[in-house]
Structures are given as structure tokens and as C-alpha cells.
Design a protein around this ligand. Structure first.
Ligand SMILES: Cc1cc2nc3c(=O)[nH]c(=O)nc-3n(C[C@H](O)[C@H](O)[C@H](O)COP(=O)(O)O)c2cc1C
Length: 352
């Protein structure tokens, strides 16, 4: 079974091709003073279930990326939590990658005085009616450095690598999309910010750690300020041409109303996005492994996608959960203790 065959991401071997992509579970893990026990147990349970690569819930890299009930990490507070998380996941042979992001102009300060104004490439007005501050040169540099610093903290404390979150309408996607970036200085060049982040993060984590990128295969904004599948394939090719990426991941749309497609509901077909995964793979001439994503809930469909050459690894994120309650449990609710009820198919039953 190809699904259970190992694969190398850069210099790191992953024991099989089953991936849990990032999803906002237990975001209080990043809250200073929180011991992280719930999220660590959640990740460990998936690792014990047999998942090869676990991409950790997105982590805000800078205080200007904010929303209530989300937390910007504290370096000293994170180190022991990452150590414990890594040790416990590694004990089951899983690899961990930390997803990194910044909301940019699509954040939400909830009108709180203690939050920064939103920082964006351009002074966009968010769907909540907040107008972002267009970052200065110095602020862009601060954000690039904050991606590197966050990556360093994860990787120095046992995490196997990081993934840059370049979709769902957030800052990285804003930076290469016409709707998000109308700058006339050097940062107006569509790939300038993304490639600067890639170079800086690779320099921070060194050659032995994994560096991945998640973009949309389709932003659903062709002709409406977005890039569409063809433009996004060019972004993928440009990013991979840096020579610093170890895998490509994808998730569709630009956030907001697009989530219903990105996190496909019952209305949408199984494996709906696999032809788009294949499009990305072709755009980069198979230079690095690509993760196929979106309603791939069975071993059979995953195997079929791998055999057809649509992808090299398979995201089986909600599929790895027995109940929606555990996966959706954020800072406010859900599972409160004991062994979280999430599994990865049959492997979990064996490992339990
Ligand atoms: C509750 C929830 C939160 C999510 N949060 C993120 C996120 O922070 N970053 C991200 O890239 N994708 C996020 N996703 C999307 C998942 O990574 C994945 O692409 C999606 O669930 C589709 O895959 P699936 O059909 O295998 O579940 C989230 C999904 C869910 C269900």
C-alpha cells in the first residue's frame, strides 16, 4: 500500500503518507501560562493512531496578527511545551510541522484598545469593516523576521519543521494577490514578500528541518482581484524555484465565504480538489512532494490518488477524527480531559 510507504521531505523521513493538515484545535496552547496539556494529548493521540505527518494548528507570528481568543506566543513559555509535544509525538514515529501565519488585513481587533491596528500590505478594509494600516518598510521587515523567529522557536525545541500559511486570505496570500497588495514600492512585486519569508525562514531553521508552503490551488477570485488556478500555479512555481521548499500543500479559496469549499461540507464531492493538486504538481514539474487535500476520508480513495499520481501525500484531517467535537474544540469548549476521542482509522484501534 503506497499510503503506508515512507517519503522524504527534504532531509526528513516521514514514515507514511498520511497527513493531518493544520486545523484550529486548542488554540489556547499558545496562550502564555497554559500548560498545553489538552493539545499535546490531542496531537499524541493522532500520532499514536499512526499519522505520519502532523501539521500543528496555525501559530500567529506577531502581535499585529490578532483576534480575540487567539494568542501570540511567548518564546520562553513555548519552549517546554514544544519539547513535551515533540517528545510524545516522536515516541510514536510521527513528524511534526508547525504552521505559521499572520492575518494581515483580514484580522479582527474586536475594537479592543490593547490590540494593534491590523497590519496589511495595503490599507484594505476587512469584511468586519476594519481598515488595515499599510505596513512601512520597517514593519514589513519586522514581520519577515517574526516568521523566522517563530520558526526558530519551534525547530529549536524538537518540532521537525514549519509550514507557511499562504492561503485563506491571510497576509501571505494578500501579498501575492492583486486584491491584497496594491503597493507601488518593491513589496508590490507579487512574489517579493513570500520569497523573502521563505529565504529568511530557511536561514533560521537550517537545512535539516522541513519547510513547507500552503497556497490555494484556486482562490475562486479569477477576474475579481485574485489569481485563479493558473496564476496560483505561477506562484507555486516561483516559490519552489527558491530551492528552499520541501513540500507544497494546498487549501482552496481566500477565506470568508470560501471556507465551505476549503473545508468541504457534505454538499461537495469526495476528493473534489485532487485534479487541482495535480495541476500544482505539474506546475512545479514534481520538483517537491505535494499533499492532496479535501474530503479524502478513506484509505481506498487516498491510495487511488497516490497511485494516479495526483499527489505524494494525503491530507486526511477530519477523517482522522471519530467525533467532530474533538476537532472543533477550541479555547472555549469541547473535550476536557482524559484521552481525546480522535483516531486515524484502523491504526488507532491497534495503537490504543
Ligand atoms: C476546525 C477546522 C479548522 C481549520 N483551521 C485551519 C488552519 O488554521 N489552517 C489551515 O491551513 N487549514 C485549516 N483548516 C483546513 C484543514 O487543514 C483541511 O484543509 C480541511 O479540513 C480539509 O481537509 P479534510 O477534508 O481532510 O478535513 C481547518 C479545518 C477545520 C475543520
Amino acid at each position: 500500500m503506497k499510503l503506508l510507504q515512507p517519503i522524504r521531505l527534504g532531509r526528513v523521513e516521514v514514515k507514511n503518507r498520511v497527513v493531518q493538515t493544520a486545523h484550529s484545535a486548542f488554540v489556547d496552547f499558545w496562550q502564555k501560562g497554559n500548560d498545553g496539556a489538552r493539545y499535546i494529548a490531542y496531537v499524541e493521540r493522532r500520532a499514536r493512531g499512526g499519522c505520519g505527518l502532523l501539521i500543528l494548528t496555525a501559530m500567529h507570528v506577531h502581535a499585529s496578527s490578532q483576534k480575540e481568543m487567539h494568542f501570540v506566543y511567548d518564546a520562553a513559555d513555548m519552549a517546554p511545551k514544544y519539547r513535551e509535544l515533540s517528545d510524545r509525538a516522536h515516541a510514536h514515529g510521527a513528524r511534526l510541522v508547525q504552521q505559521l501565519f499572520h492575518y494581515g488585513a483580514t484580522g479582527k481587533s474586536e475594537a479592543r484598545d490593547d490590540m494593534h491596528p491590523l497590519w496589511g500590505m495595503s490599507a484594505l478594509t476587512s469584511s468586519q469593516g476594519e481598515t488595515a494600516h499599510a505596513m512601512s518598510e520597517e514593519e514589513i521587515e519586522e514581520i519577515i523576521e517574526s516568521f523566522a523567529a517563530a520558526a526558530r522557536i519551534a525547530c529549536e525545541n524538537g518540532v521537525d519543521g514549519v509550514e507557511l500559511h499562504g492561503t485563506h486570505g491571510y497576509l501571505i496570500q494578500q501579498s501575492f494577490s492583486p486584491w491584497g497588495n496594491q503597493r507601488t514600492d518593491r513589496w508590490g512585486e507579487p512574489l517579493a514578500f513570500l520569497t523573502a519569508v521563505i529565504h529568511r525562514v530557511r536561514a533560521a531553521i537550517g537545512p535539516d528541518k522541513i519547510l513547507g508552503l500552503r497556497i490555494s490551488a484556486d482562490d475562486f477570485l479569477s477576474g475579481a482581484g485574485g489569481l485563479g488556478p493558473d496564476g496560483l500555479r505561477d506562484v507555486a512555481a516561483g516559490a519552489v524555484a527558491t530551492g528552499h521548499l520541501d513540500y507544497l500543500n494546498h487549501s482552496e479559496g481566500a477565506g470568508g465565504a470560501h471556507y465551505v469549499r476549503a473545508i468541504g461540507s457534505y454538499r461537495y464531492k469526495m476528493g473534489e480538489w485532487l485534479p487541482y493538486t495535480r495541476g500544482l504538481k505539474e506546475a512545479i514539474s514534481g520538483a517537491i512532494p505535494v499533499i492532496g487535500v479535501g474530503k479524502i476520508p478513506t484509505h481506498d480513495l487516498a491510495e487511488q490518488a497516490l497511485k494516479a499520481g495526483d499527489c505524494d501525500l494525503v491530507g486526511m484531517t477530519r477523517a482522522g477524527c471519530r467525533t467532530g467535537g474533538a476537532i472543533l474544540a477550541g479555547a472555549g469548549g469541547g473535550w476536557r480531559g482524559g484521552d481525546p476521542p480522535c483516531i486515524l482509522g484502523r491504526g488507532a484501534a491497534r495503537g490504543a
